[in-house]
Design a protein around this ligand. Structure first.
Ligand SMILES: Cc1ncc(COP(=O)(O)O)c(C=O)c1O
Length: 382
């Protein structure tokens, strides 16, 4: 990355892999036809590559091709899953009104749920345990005959903790409650045989896994009715109107394929770099790790630093590092995730999320350690 800044914010977004850009190229310029134009050969060619891409992505998650709906990203997929399930329940005259989530969900889950809470649904937002993991007993208690949907993410975008998806799915299955999982931070990063795990609805996003921005998908298990959230055409089984972005779809499929291919090795390498950074942090003193060290994404490290002020900390770091305090989508406010773990607003503000990625090197991680050390020296002296 230019500008002399070391980028360690790969959970915010990743660079598009050059092989992905290459795979997309001809679908922008040469083979540009609309896959809904079934009366001519170029249209059929576009439809065929969409179908291939759909099958490859869905298959990697254990879903059938027709169970995958393309959309603009995980925010849209979450909205379609959550509001789609709730509206379908209303339309069929069902009486289930309870929705359950974890307080540490991304805003792209929390906001649609809150929207529904303002429209006659009941929202139960479960506090996590101090390590960020769900308390399964609490979840079980929240499931009653009125519960329609549980939404729990696979991997947290701020603290990286991995939720026990199979156990959550099993509790939901026993109560005939639908289980939606925001997999934006997990797909391509951890093994995720979503159907086998019992996930009913899975959201994913291209730009979190070295694919293009502006593309994502919702996988939907058979038999689940959703009310469309975007009207205007019969694309995507009538669930999501709009001309399909063929190049982005091809790019997403290639990105998923590449991410799966190097997932294990990349994870091991990044975990080593991350662990080295954590050792370095521990040597600086007055630093606590946020969230469970395991199970956790291999490329995430989230820390809170004692005795420094959040704004000053990030001002110091940003001259040389691109890191985050909390989620890019909630910029400005101290992290609701860290506060849900019991951190105060001040502690949450004085926190740093390092997230490593495919291009990260040991030199970059050492540099991050140096910059943190220098910044803390200056701030602590002051
Ligand atoms: C867990 C999670 N869900 C949803 C999103 C939103 O994804 P998108 O940018 O594809 O809409 C993000 C992005 O930060 C995320 O980390």
């Amino acid at each position: 990355m230019g500008s002399g800044v070391t980028y360690l914010d790969y959970q915010s977004t990743t660079p598009c892999d050059p092989a992905v850009v290459e795979a997309m190229a001809r679908w922008w310029t040469e083979d540009f036809a609309n896959p809904a134009s079934r009366l001519h050969r170029p249209g059929l060619t576009a439809a065929a590559v969409v179908q291939q891409s759909r099958a490859a992505i869905a298959g990697s998650l254990g879903f059938a091709p027709e169970e995958l709906i393309f959309c603009s990203g995980a925010s849209e997929a979450n909205n379609l899953a959550i509001k789609g399930v709730a509206e379908a329940e209303l339309q069929r005259g069902g009486t289930r009104r309870r929705l359950v989530c974890l307080a540490t969900e991304h805003r792209a889950v929390l906001d649609p749920l809150r929207y529904l809470a303002g429209h006659g649904f009941e929202l139960i937002c479960l506090p996590p345990q101090v390590d960020g993991l769900i308390d399964l007993q609490r979840l079980e208690q929240a499931l009653n005959p009125q519960t329609l949907l549980v939404s729990v993410m696979a991997a947290n975008n701020e603290i990286g903790v991995l939720q026990p998806l199979a156990a959550i799915a099993e509790l939901c299955r026993r109560r005939q409650v639908l289980f939606h999982c925001d997999g934006a931070q997990a797909v391509g990063h951890i093994p995720l045989q979503a159907r086998e795990l019992g996930i009913d609805l899975l959201s994913l996003s291209g730009h979190k896994l070295y694919g293009p921005k502006g593309i994502g998908a919702l996988a939907i298990a058979p038999g689940i009715e959703l009310a469309p959230q975007q009207h205007g055409g019969s694309q995507e089984r009538g669930l999501r109107a709009g001309t399909l972005p063929v190049p982005l779809i091809v790019g997403l499929a290639r990105a998923v394929e590449l991410a799966e291919a190097d997932r294990e090795k990349r994870g091991q390498r990044l975990a080593q770099l991350r662990d080295a950074l954590w050792e370095r942090c521990q040597a600086l003193g007055g630093i606590q790790r946020n969230g469970a060290a395991a199970p956790c994404l291999p490329h995430n490290l989230n820390i809170s630093i004692e005795g420094v002020e959040g704004n000053a900390l990030h001002q110091g770091l940003r001259r040389s590092l691109a890191v985050s305090s909390g989620s890019a989508c909630a910029a400005g406010e101290p992290s609701h995730v860290l506060q849900a773990l019991g951190r105060s607003r001040l502690e949450a503000a004085a926190s740093v999320r390092f997230s490593l990625g495919r291009p990260s090197t040991s030199t970059e991680v050492e540099r991050a350690g140096d910059v943190l050390e220098e910044t803390l020296k200056t701030l602590r002296r002051a």
